[in-house]
Design a protein around this ligand. Structure first.
Ligand code: HEM
Length: 83
């Protein structure tokens, strides 16, 4: 599982770069889940389908939280290289 530190500064997400914004990632978790025997119960909402089932406001709030994980000091530590 990748770190979420500085995730808000990225321009592509997931191992194949399929998503171009945090919103696309969250939309994937929100409504892109497929039911399976291994799907965590938190990803199922009776009557609402599968996924996080967040409202638009909750998505905005989650994205705002992910922005708080931005660490400019970490970026400037040359020995660690670019994000
Ligand atoms: C609200 C909850 C979650 C948020 C906000 C979130 C956020 C993210 C973000 C932003 C990425 C992209 C990171 C990157 O490209 O470097 C990511 C990838 C990933 N997440 Fe989550 N995640 C959540 C829940 C979960 C859960 C519950 C799991 C596992 C059970 C999980 C497993 C993964 C994995 C395996 C990847 C990499 C996928 C890939 O490279 O294709 N995430 N997540």
């Amino acid at each position: 599982m990748p770190t979420l530190r500085n995730a808000a500064l990225r321009s592509s997400f997931m191992h194949d770069g399929r998503f171009k914004s945090l919103r696309e990632v969250i939309e994937h978790y929100n409504s892109g889940a497929k039911n399976s025997p291994t799907l965590d119960a938190i990803m199922t909402k009776p009557g609402k389908g599968f996924g996080l089932c967040l409202s638009e406001n909750e998505i905005d709030t989650l994205i705002a939280f992910l922005h708080t994980l931005t660490d400019e000091d970490f970026l400037s530590r040359e020995e660690l290289g670019p994000p």
